[in-house]
Ligand binder design. Structure first.
Ligand code: SAM
Length: 322
């Protein structure tokens, strides 16, 4: 059996009987005025962060969600896109689609603004999306792409890029790991499907996105996720896994490479009112300016003693250069 079939089997089971604690993180399940998340959706929350950010969701965007799980994030997305088929959900496992369909009916009873037809469900594969080119404003996936091996991950990202409109955004949450994982862990289909042994270091995860052409990347959150310890897993050392929330924006690739925001800022503390680098970055005296890593490097290369560059917070939430 291939690791993809093993993944489908695992999520078929998780569709039939909710597996509380599969994935799951420190994120609170947020509810907004008038938005109630049914208990069954919370029990079937198989994500590792949030992909629903209000600032991505102005002007009733057309949203694609790949790997639907119990449907919680699709309901949250449809709060911002209250129109027939405003959210398109794709999942390869028919039982998961059926479970989410039932959960949307329960959500209808608890949310008077919500209609199940706000969400259009399709059986389909992340590696071959049943969606037209350039038709989506916001695409999302939560805790699916980390399962894919290198070639499949590339294909899955290419598919998301294909279906997004220019300047559309792909919003994601996935586990990441900065430590080397041994081959036994990497090749364990079940651990991979459980989102425990497929994760990449953050730099490699971002490179997979920029290699496909996304010109802007935002790392929005970075959180503790899981430990793989030698008593419970085939490893000699303790392995620490984190989860990140990332947006990849289909902006044209700048000639000097992608703009990757990891939460750095520059602060000018010289004698003038401001410092202008002549490339569009004006630093007002003692005011932070959010900058991408490329600009951080360029400012740092100036070797000035009146510009401070902060470390990455991995909590970028908009604004700044580029
Ligand atoms: C870890 S769960 C995440 C579910 C949901 N995103 C959430 O946050 O609760 C992975 C989801 O992806 C689906 N899935 C697995 N392989 C897939 C594939 N190749 N294409 C599309 N969906 C897939 C599973 O059925 C499951 O719903």
């Amino acid at each position: 059996m291939s690791y993809l079939s093993a993944t489908e089997e695992l999520y078929r089971d998780a569709a039939l009987i909710p597996d509380v604690g599969l994935c799951c993180t420190t994120n609170p399940v947020w509810e907004l005025p008038g938005l109630k998340i049914p208990k069954i959706m919370q029990e079937m929350n198989y994500g590792c962060g949030s992909t629903v950010h209000a600032r991505d969701l102005t002007n009733s965007p057309r949203i694609l969600y790949v790997g639907v799980g119990g449907g919680m994030e699709l309901l949250q997305f449809s709060y911002f896109s209250r129109q027939q088929s405003g959210v398109v959900g794709v999942d390869v496992v028919p039982e998961m689609l059926e479970a989410s369909r039932k959960n949307f009916k329960i959500a209808e009873e608890q949310n008077d603004w919500f209609h199940s037809d706000f969400i259009e469900l399709h059986q389909g594969d992340a590696l071959n999306l049943p969606v037209e080119d350039n038709s989506i404003d916001v695409a999302a996936q939560n805790c699916l792409f980390n399962i894919f091996k290198e070639e499949d991950l590339k294909k899955a990202i290419e598919e998301m890029y294909r279906v997004l409109k220019p300047h559309g955004r792909l919003v994601m949450s996935d586990p990441t790991c900065e430590q080397e994982m041994n081959q036994t862990l990497r090749e364990d289909d079940r651990l991979r499907a459980l989102c425990l042994s497929g994760s990449l270091p953050i730099d490699q995860y971002i490179k997979a996105l920029t290699d496909v052409g996304f010109g802007t990347i935002e790392v929005r959150a970075r959180k503790p996720y899981r430990i793989l310890d030698p008593k419970h897993y085939p490893t000699d050392e303790l392995i620490y896994i984190e989860s990140i929330e990332v947006a990849a924006i289909k902006d044209p690739m700048p000639e000097d490479g992608p703009c990757i925001f990891t939460g750095k800022a520059a602060i000018y503390y010289g004698e003038d009112r401001q410092f202008d680098d002549g490339k569009g970055h004006v630093l007002l005296q003692n005011q932070p300016l959010a900058i991408c890593d490329k600009t951080a490097q360029a400012l740092s290369d100036l070797n000035r003693d009146d510009i401070f560059i902060s470390d990455s917070t991995y909590h970028y939430d908009g604004g700044g250069c580029c």
